[in-house]
Design a protein around this ligand. Structure first.
Ligand SMILES: [Zn+2]
Length: 471
């Protein structure tokens, strides 16, 4: 059996779960369910990023201990993941003592690539990061995300020498040893890699109180990179355990906004540790609302939980895994959502299940001995992480079965008393539906389980409730 390790980005827990997080989880989940269909062993990581000044500040404002604050927020993300019908095998929290201890070990192992230097430069307190002069100039000295002028800051920090690894990273990306998807993002990364400076990996403790202490320097706290990115291997037990059964990861799922960290800093860390690079980094796009970036200040944020509450989790997964291209930005509007729900999920699929099972029930036809296997075309797309295209492929079979019913008119065969032909016709249609259903399993776990139950029964009976009631 093949072991597959899939990872999701760990969200910073100072906010509420949103669609971007949902995309990460759902894509990893589709991938995991697909590998399980193939018979592979699958391990899926999820987790939360819990250190940093913003979290410390927020807990202070709420007047509660920081640990209490992050505990309750980590729980929110776990509940959110469950609502998406996504399962994981490992959940890592960066405030876990095990994680903290392992990150300190990782720092020590990387110490020949870490140096202390005084830094003077522009900083955004909102972003909690230093801004390059180029960025400063491009944005006219004001952070576009926070609408606040950058501040001048001078302090002593530890730096991780990215330049030690640039050649090797470039080689790995070019040779496909570390595949970056989609291809146009890979090109962006190659350009960014050339100009990537060394990264600051610590802050003075006076500035950053909530975080992991730098080994052998009580005056410094680790800054996000080494702490957060390490989660993908500390959760497997590194460096205490041998992780070679699971590492390198088959795929790491990240939003496009954090791809650069995962395609540059993270591989540099792995190379410094002498570990292999992830096989694939899949970067997905952003979901827009009516063509605009979702933001609290515009008030156009679409709450995934509201969608799930109204239409069910499969409907949510349908839209965000099929109508949203796996790699590109996409637009959400309630109109588009409702249209695809009613026309496709309810009509194309729900009605088909209802119609076909009713005819089989009436005429006492069972599924019989049909071979149900994943088509090669579908597998080829799934293997390339082209999930939305694989979903389209499965859906075209659903639409094809609908057309065949209209063409073959099983009701006319029944009327003419052609019992044998009728049985064969319905069994062929049901066999095709079971193949479509199998392809849809990773995407629509609830509905496909019900369809299996209906058609695999000794006596087929239509579902009591339609799979996707019309809205
Ligand atoms: Zn900012």
């Amino acid at each position: 059996m093949i072991n597959r390790y899939l990872t999701t980005a760990i969200p910073y827990v100072n906010g509420v779960p949103h669609i971007g997080h949902a995309m990460d989880y759902c894509l990893a989940d589709v991938c995991a369910r697909y590998y399980k269909l193939l018979g592979d062993n699958v391990r899926v990581q999820a987790g939360t990023d819990e250190h940093g000044g913003k979290i410390f500040q927020k807990a202070r404002e709420l007047n509660i201990p920081v640990q209490e604050y992050v505990d309750s927020n980590a729980k929110k993300f776990q509940d959110f993941i469950a609502k998406l019908n996504v399962s994981y095998t490992d959940f890592v929290r960066t405030s876990d003592p095990d994680h903290e201890k392992r990150v300190q070990e990782i720092w020590k192992k990387l110490s020949s690539h870490i140096y202390l230097e005084k830094y003077e430069g522009w900083y955004c307190t909102g972003c909690e990061r230093f801004i390059t002069q180029k960025e400063y100039d491009e944005n006219g000295g004001v952070c576009p995300d926070h609408q606040k002028p950058y501040e001048k800051l001078e302090e002593e920090n530890y730096y991780f020498r990215i330049s030690d690894f640039k050649d090797k990273i470039r080689e790995a990306i070019e040779s496909g040893e570390m595949l970056i998807l989609p291809d146009f993002r890979k090109k962006e990364i190659m350009k960014l890699l050339d100009e990537s400076p060394d990264v600051s990996v610590s802050r003075p403790k006076s500035q950053l109180k909530w975080g992991i202490t730098v080994p052998d320097d009580e005056s410094q706290t680790m800054y996000v990179w080494l702490d957060a990115l390490s989660n993908y291997i500390t959760v497997l037990g590194y460096p205490d355990n041998d992780i070679s059964d699971w590492w390198p990861a088959t795929a790491q799922f990240v939003g496009k906004d954090i791809l650069r960290f995962h395609a540059i800093i993270w591989p540099a860390m792995l190379l410094g540790l002498g570990l292999p690079l992830p096989k694939t980094i899949v970067s997905h796009g952003m979901v827009l609302a009516n063509g605009q970036k979702m933001s609290k200040s515009i008030g156009n944020v679409v709450d995934p939980l509201e969608v799930i509450e109204c239409y069910g989790v499969d409907a949510f997964r349908y839209f965000f895994l099929r109508k949203v291209d796996t790699f590109a930005d996409a637009d959400f509007t309630w109109e588009k959502f409702e249209e695809s729900y009613n026309n496709e999920l309810a009509n194309d699929f729900g009605n088909l299940v209802q119609r076909l099972s009713t005819m089989m029930s009436k005429n006492h036809v069972a599924l019989g001995d049909v071979s149900i296997e994943l088509p090669e075309e579908y597998k080829a797309l799934m293997d390339k992480f082209e999930f939305s295209m694989a979903f389209d492929y499965a859906w075209s079979l659903v639409q094809d079965i609908n057309k065949r019913i209209d063409d073959e008119k099983p009701w006319a065969l029944a009327k003419a008393g052609e019992g044998e032909k009728l049985e064969e016709c319905l069994q062929n249609l049901a066999g095709s539906l079971m193949i479509a259903n199998l392809m849809l399993e990773p995407f629509l776990p609830n509905a496909t389980a019900k369809v299996k139950e209906v058609f695999e029964a000794e006596q087929v009976a239509p579902p009591v409730q339609p799979l996707f009631p019309k809205h």
